[in-house]
Design a protein around this ligand. Structure first.
Ligand SMILES: Cc1cc2nc3c(=O)[nH]c(=O)nc-3n(C[C@H](O)[C@H](O)[C@H](O)COP(=O)(O)OP(=O)(O)OC[C@H]3O[C@@H](n4cnc5c(N)ncnc54)[C@H](O)[C@@H]3O)c2cc1C
Length: 426
């Protein structure tokens, strides 16, 4: 073992992880399982024990889970692992020369936390609309508090508008419909999810909204919000308005890295890490929604990307721990197929690989209750998207990861245009 954390002397300050999300959690779990026995500290701005975000737009909004329920582990779990949790404490500055983290304390003062190695895992926060927001009725969903506040208002029976038809927006719309509410989704792009899964599949999955009684308005931007004390509706860029007394904004996230502005670390759409997730120094690494890195999949050139998915964040947390304990050569570069899932309108969507292009449909039930689509990358299978077909997803995901030739799946390809018209009529 030749990583930074295994060449420490007694009394060294050990590992400090900034951020208590899934990336931070997997980091501290993995350094321990890899045998690191030195000091481990997590500095986390939220006052909660690390918790799971994906249920916040799903089961927490529908009431199947209490907002405080999705914590991963109780306090005793961290105590048993010998991990110090500094909850409710915000990192303000990183001095990489002196190897010290500056942290705001509850009284408005500042304390310093020295480190031998530090992992930046501060995630991201929701992007807001560029127009003025009335003080009441406009929501985002990132934290337990956001979800609890939104759920409480959904229970009053409002007319709901969701801005952004990405995965979070679609899940919120689905949850609001499950509560029997009137919902409109506004999307500025011509098709929902086009950048994530390509236009053809975006159009297909966007059809789930209408099938479930949600109005979807595409190709329209929001230029203003009506209402003084409380939101009363949206003003769109064609001059029309959408009435709403509750608005949920789901227009993407911004990496939480401003606190690193004077650190000298490379910042570019998050912390710009190398292929081992190091941020310009062997003892400073990054993981999760806060970082970009040059990703590579089999046989393809590396491309810089920033994931916003739970599985990638956790896998990056594990990887930085391995780089720190075993060394970069032993851990190898971080390569990921960017797996994601989304649960909406009673279906499970799963995707992996390069999906930002048109896809070939391999299977589609007219009511969209099952779908299998394959994405071509030159002469290979580049990615896969499925609805309610985990078995086929696993099979095609493994083929894509192995760089399987496109000819291996192409014979099953069906005509998207034919099937779409059949599907819409059903
Ligand atoms: C509502 C919702 C639903 C989702 N559903 C899915 C899904 O179905 N499938 C999927 O694949 N992904 C989903 N995601 C995305 C997934 O949850 C994220 O990709 C993942 O949580 C990122 O983990 P992270 O640890 O990088 O960051 P976060 O989970 O954002 O954790 C970062 C933590 O760092 C803290 N922090 C920030 N700045 C500081 C600072 N200066 N000092 C100390 N602490 C700081 C933050 O408060 C936060 O607690 C969803 C996300 C949301 C919000």
């Amino acid at each position: 073992m030749t990583g930074v954390l295994t060449t420490l002397r007694a009394g060294d300050p050990g590992l400090v992880v900034v951020g208590g999300g899934i990336a931070g959690l997997r980091t501290v779990q993995t350094v321990r399982s890899a045998g690191y026995t030195g000091r481990v500290t997590v500095v986390a701005a939220e006052r909660h024990l690390p918790y799971d975000r994906p249920p916040l737009s799903k089961q927490v909004l529908t009431g199947e889970l209490a907002p405080e329920a999705p914590v991963y582990h109780g306090a005793e779990y961290f105590a048993d692992l010998g991990i110090d949790l500094m909850l409710g404490q915000q990192a303000r500055r990183l001095d990489v020369e002196r190897r010290v983290l500056h942290v705001g304390d509850a009284g408005g003062g500042e304390l310093t936390v020295p480190y031998s190695a530090v992992v930046i895992a501060t995630g991201a926060r929701p992007r807001r609309l560029p127009c003025a927001e009335p003080p009441e009725g406009v929501h985002v969903v990132r934290t337990v508090e956001d979800a609890a506040g939104l759920r409480a208002e959904l229970l009053t029976g409002p007319q709901v508008a969701v801005v952004g038809a990405g995965f979070i927006g679609a899940e919120v719309a689905s949850s609001a419909r499950a509560l029997g509410l009137d919902v409109t989704v506004i999307e500025s792009a011509a098709s929902p999810l086009a950048r994530a899964i390509g236009q053809s599949m975006g159009d297909l999955l966007g059809g789930l909204h209408a099938r479930n009684g949600v109005r979807l308005v595409c190709g329209r931007g929001v230029t203003g919000l009506h209402g003084t004390d409380r939101v009363e509706g949206l003003l769109l860029d064609d001059g029309t308005s959408v009435a709403a007394d509750l608005v949920v904004v789901g227009v993407g996230v911004v990496p939480d890295v401003e606190w690193l502005a004077d650190s000298g670390l490379p910042l570019d759409d998050g912390v710009a890490c190398d292929e081992y997730l190091r941020a310009g120094r062997s003892e400073v690494l990054g993981a999760g929604d806060a970082v970009s890195w040059p990703n590579r999949s089999p046989g393809r050139d590396a491309y810089r990307t920033r994931s916003q998915q739970w599985t990638t964040a956790g896998d990056q947390g594990r990887h930085v721990a391995e780089v720190l304990v075993y060394g970069a050569d032993a851990a190898g570069p971080f390569e990921h197929d960017l797996y994601f899932w989304s649960d909406q309108y009673g279906v499970k969507i799963q995707g992996a690989g390069l999906l930002n292009r048109d896809a070939a449909l391999l299977e589609l039930r007219p009511d969209r209750s099952r779908l299998v689509a394959a994405y071509r990358d030159a002469d290979r299978l580049g990615g896969v998207l499925t609805v309610n077909h985990p078995k086929e997803f696993r099979r095609l995901r493994a083929l894509a990861a192995a760089g399987a030739p496109w000819s291996q799946i192409a014979p099953r390809e069906m005509s998207l245009a034919d099937d779409l018209s059949g599907g819409d009529a059903a």
